[in-house]
Design a protein around this ligand. Structure first.
Ligand SMILES: N[C@@H](CCC[C@H](N)C(=O)O)C(=O)O
Length: 270
């Protein structure tokens, strides 16, 4: 099975081209591929499959030829992945499978439109964030109140007073399973400018990663809310680089680098 490897601000993915939907993506196979010692190593897998082959997203077939079948590194499914969809787009463009002028990708979280910036950055229209109110994350004996934001997938974005570098994210933060019965991605951020924040994230199904695109948008929403805003352009610094988030009245945009770094043949048995 052919694979490629790519990343967006060091949120890294194995890309599996499977146009006709022939690969049986078991959780065990995904976890083996993502294993950083016994596999290729990645935060997740992006299976590239024609939307018409996938009953679960067949309602998106008229809008998007390709479906991003996203899986976390533990094999669990995610509805959306902001860096993933940008790396997925980079693959489609480089493979000549999508129009670099703009196209749409089907995801479990809905259709996401893509365009390429003059500097090569890839921007995804992430849809309108859905804000649900406050909830609490527990970490290192502290409780952090954050904002529950749905970006197709669930997030809890928590402002903290201290630099995020001090946090120990080697263990999962606690959260309210009544609010998040299917788990949650938890961001911690500290503002470092009027519209600039530093963020770290503990992802559902993948642990701490060096970036999270949906998390960056959720963080921008929470940071904006702190100053009484719902719109604006935010710079989100993550361990793996810098992302730009635009919040407007109707939708949100995530922009940043997305690169392919390798390709090869997967030798793991399915
Ligand atoms: N890294 C992603 C988010 C991936 C999905 C997440 N772990 C979940 O289970 O919802 C991003 O860039 O958005």
């Amino acid at each position: 099975m052919r694979f490629l490897k790519g990343h967006g601000t060091e949120n890294d993915f194995v890309i599996l081209p499977d146009p006709d939907g022939e690969v049986d993506m078991t959780a065990a196979l995904v976890a083996r591929i993502c294993d950083r010692r016994a596999g290729i190593g990645a935060d997740g897998v992006l299976r590239v499959v024609r939307t018409k082959q996938c009953p679960e997203v067949i309602d998106q077939v008229a809008a998007a030829e390709w479906f991003m079948d996203y899986r976390n590194s533990d094999g669990s499914m995610g509805e959306m992945c902001g860096n993933g969809v940008r790396v997925f787009a980079r693959y489609l463009i480089d493979a000549g499978l999508a129009d670099p002028q703009g196209f749409a990708v089907a995801t479990r979280g809905g259709v996401r439109r893509i365009h390429v910036e003059p500097n090569g950055a890839i921007t995804a229209d992430m849809g309108k964030p859905v804000v649900h109110g406050e909830s609490v994350a527990g970490l290192g004996g502290h409780e952090y109140t954050g904002i529950h934001v749905n970006m197709g997938n669930p997030h809890l974005a928590c402002p903290i007073g201290d630099p995020v570098v001090q946090l120990d994210l080697s263990h999962p933060p606690a959260f309210d399973t009544g609010v998040f019965p299917a788990g949650v991605n938890i961001e911690f951020f500290n503002p470092v400018g009027v519209t600039r924040v530093v963020m770290r994230v503990y992802e559902r199904g993948s642990g701490e990663t060096r970036s999270c695109g949906t998390g960056a948008v959720a963080t921008a929403v929470a940071a904006a809310a702190l100053s009484g805003d719902t719109t604006g352009t935010w710079t989100v610094e993550v361990l793996g680089g810098t992302l730009t988030v635009i919040l407007d009245e109707d939708t949100s945009y995530l922009s940043g680098p997305a690169v392919l770094v390798a390709s090869g043949d997967l030798m793991l048995a399915e």
